[in-house]
Write a protein that binds this ligand. Structure first.
Ligand code: SAH
Ligand code: AVI
Length: 325
């Protein structure tokens, strides 16, 4: 078997104890139960998300790829050569392939993701696809800034890449903090390229989260299977229905799991009780106007250099620059 020499693997994600209290806190004694959307991403969750990205109804991936394909020269001209390319929440490697091909002599590729097996598999794929590029795969939670920084050469020029509108899964105040954390990892004068799903007709958005093939429903319910594996609980996803709708006032899609019967689930000796119709809020997906996203980036002390959109203005890729940290 051929040994692949241009890849290294780093697993610094180890926060099961914090995860346990975070999940428990979200489910116990709350009017609106909630689970953080980061718990979607065990290996099955990552595979299901990847299936979502190929659905006709899920426009964000198609539109972001269209922007990457139609603007290769913009990326080539604007972004510096010989940089470390750091991808936050890398998932599958179809977007990074396009970005790397548009860059001048990238120095190395550093995908960072919480979903270890999926990350390592895709990083290996990237290392084989780009045999002259160093690949350093880091399994971590975005908030592990100090440990992530230790693995990255501070002297290199850096291009951060945060595609997929994963920024939309954070409420605006957390999104601001996340941008500041990324600025801290990247350092002053470096670049961050962020994919952002834009505001549009509600029916188009709602269809993307209620797809006709039912993959989003499986993805939503799989969060419970993930908890069962991680914490040895016995949630039964058949006791819940998928619900996703656009909340106009907050400009976000909300995903919920709605209990279809009265029942109780034991979570490490804490009974979590559900009434019929009671929901667990599993995800927010904020949709921004270009102006509102610019304001958010400015509030995180980032400079907005350029915004690229697809032909229908469904999706935007924002070129940001770190000013101070
Ligand atoms: N960038 C890809 C995948 C988006 S899905 C795309 O555009 O298609 C969101 C990705 O972020 C998943 O791969 C998930 O595992 C990762 N992720 C979510 N929360 C995270 C966190 N807190 N820390 C690190 N990675 C996270
Ligand atoms: C990863 N993230 C940006 C996706 C989104 O659209 O908010 C996750 C997703 N949830 C349901 N479908 C896709």
């Amino acid at each position: 078997m051929k040994v692949i020499e241009n890849i290294s693997y780093h697993n610094i994600y180890s926060s099961t104890k914090n995860d346990k209290s975070e999940v428990l806190n979200g489910l116990l004694n709350r009017q609106q139960k909630k689970i953080s959307s980061k718990f979607f991403y065990d290996e099955t969750g990552s595979i299901l998300f990847d299936k979502i990205t190929k659905l006709k109804d899920y426009y964000p991936t198609q539109k972001e790829m269209e922007i990457l394909d139609d603007n290769r020269q913009e990326f080539y001209d604007y972004l510096p050569s010989n940089s470390s390319v750091i991808e936050f929440g890398s998932g599958s490697n179809k977007k990074i392939k396009r970005l790397i091909k548009s860059l001048k002599k990238p120095f190395e590729y550093i995908p960072i993701d919480i979903s270890k097996d999926f990350l390592f598999k895709n990083a290996l794929h990237s290392a084989k696809y780009f045999p002259n590029l160093k690949v350093k795969a880091i399994c971590a939670d975005f908030n592990q800034i100090k440990s992530i920084k230790k693995l990255i050469d501070s002297k290199k020029k850096k291009i951060g890449f945060f595609p997929g509108s994963t920024i939309g899964n954070y409420c605006p105040s957390d999104a601001k903090e996340l941008l500041q954390n990324f600025s801290n990892i990247l350092g002053p004068n470096n670049h961050l390229i962020v994919g952002v799903d834009l505001k549009k007709d509600k029916s188009i958005i709602e269809r993307a989260y209620n797809d006709s093939e039912g993959v989003t429903e499986l993805f939503n319910k799989n969060i419970l299977n993930g908890l069962n594996k991680k914490f040895n609980t016995s949630f039964d996803s058949n006791n819940f229905n998928h619900k996703a709708f656009f909340n106009n006032e907050k400009s976000r899609v909300e995903m919920h799991l709605v209990s279809n019967k009265e029942h109780s689930v034991d979570f490490i000796n804490n009974p979590i009780t559900f009434k019929i119709g009671e929901s667990i809020h599993t995800e927010n997906s904020y949709k921004y106007s270009v102006e509102n996203f610019k304001k958010l980036a400015e509030s995180a002390q980032m400079e907005i250099k350029k915004v690229l959109k697809d032909k229908k203005s469904f999706f935007g890729i924002f070129f940001l620059k770190v000013t101070s940290i």
